[in-house]
Design a protein around this ligand. Sequence first.
Ligand code: SF4
Length: 333
Amino acid sequence: MIKIGIPRALLYYQYYPMWKTFFKELGAEVVVSPPTTQVMLSSGSSRVVADTCLPAKVFLGHVLDLVGKCDYIFVPAIRSVRMKAYNCSKFLGLPDMTRAVIPESPPILDIDIDINKGKRHLYQAIYRLGRYFTWNPFKVRQASMAAWQAHLNYQQVMSNLKLTSPQAIERISGTPEAEPGMHPRNPIQGNIALVGHPYLLYDEHISHRLIHWLNQAGYKVLTPEMITKDELESAMARLVGRGHWTYEEEVVGAGEYYLGSGVDGIIGIMAFGCGPDSLMMDMVRRRAAKLRAIPIMTLTLEEHTAETGVITRLEAFLDMIHRRRRRPVEVCM
Ligand code: SF4
């Protein structure tokens, strides 16, 4: 049986159930890299220039971890999943970058997803990928339909049951995920919304167990995946009109939604060296400053960020929320 390696990084958190279903329906076995470790991050970093963003370095570390464990590695180039909205250059060139910096990688299975080129281009790309496993176009069609259904179920599970990506993956596939729970063990103090891309929020190594620390402090954590697609889109339309970046709703849409939701605080997570996020997060911060209703803090993560530093900032932020509750004041950003 052909083994397909899927790196547990970048778009894994958005699309894993869909990819897994597609490959399994075509008779392949799927191997996922383990949760990120310092060794993986260091090995990924060693292959690229220093100012490459943290999630891309982590991704390369996961690819290196899969070398020797599978026959192919799946590295899609997701250019756009919404009309006239494009992804950042790292996603556009991900298969080429991986080939260039990891020559020892098993052959890379790539697929070019660009919704702007129309349905015909999308179907052709899916058939091209399916041809690695079968020449029967009906089998590929069946696998792609099952994969799409798996994706819709996954999204529904997250928004209806208020689950994070790792929790939803665990529920759907029955595979235990070494990821944090979302419910506080101590008496509930309130709700904190996390705004940012899933590959930053749910990778415990690069987020320094932020969700765990919030739970320990008694806060329930809310994330962008817990908002329905329609709610995210209407929140984004309120703030920026039409979005220009793919996955903009995870930052701008979720930020605007949670600013009007009555949560106790919002934490924006972004990666050092990320151009799109620095613009998107700034819009959310400006909006929060204008509304003066909910405290917001942004954390910029990079390779050298220490867990102690994250905890210190978190404690200061939660302390401010407590003091504000005792004596309501306008929020200072
Ligand atoms: S959106 Fe930002 S963090 Fe994500 S891959 Fe692109 S540059 Fe890196």
